[in-house]
Design a protein. Structure first.
Length: 180
């Protein structure tokens, strides 16, 4: 069976329930947090597939990883449903599928800018404005980082699109032209 299909189905069902109950945004925050935890600590996913770790411990671990509170009953109930159906090990895929579905439904793009040096506030503001214009009214989740290896310039990643305006990229292109 396609491993992507099961997480997407659970994510869609959770999203529909969350929308009905007005909790879609809160679940997005929880799923995003959980997704970041899976990326930061790959052992978390290994723990979920360990048959010697009890379901109650796995649920507690996921609640903590997501930063859930006592008022997040939809999320806790969802994790219990996953445990009943022996699907807790699909939690990483479900969190990715939920965040993707939420962003698609809300027309939100993930934007990450990597620059060779920290951008000045006015530069970052102009860059954000340029990106917003490119998104045609959609909203964005903006993050940035610094990579001195770019030598100069910046790289903008908007979901699966990439604009590479770095000196490193320009040097690589020149090198390729010289080789040809």
């Amino acid at each position: 069976m396609n491993e992507g299909l099961i997480p997407r189905r659970y994510a869609k069902a959770l999203y529909e329930v969350a929308v009905e109950r007005g909790q879609a945004e809160r679940l997005y925050v929880l799923m995003t947090s959980m997704e970041h935890q899976f990326e930061a600590a790959p052992a978390l996913a290994t723990t979920l597939s360990n048959p010697f770790v009890g379901d109650a411990d796995k649920i507690a671990l996921l609640l903590t990883a997501a930063g859930a509170s006592d008022s997040d009953s939809i999320f806790a109930d969802f994790l219990r449903l996953l445990a009943e159906n022996k699907r807790l090990d699909f939690a990483p895929g479900i969190s990715r599928a939920y965040t993707l579905l939420y962003r698609q439904e809300r027309d939100i793009y993930r934007v990450h800018v990597v620059s060779a040096a920290p951008l000045a506030d006015d530069q970052e503001k102009r860059l954000k404005s340029f990106i917003e214009g490119h998104l045609n009214g959609a909203s964005m989740e903006y993050t940035s980082s610094v990579d001195p290896g770019l030598i100069g310039g910046f790289v903008v990643n908007v979901d699966n699109e990439r604009l590479d305006a770095s000196v490193r990229q320009q040097l690589q292109q020149m090198r390729q032209q010289l080789i040809q």
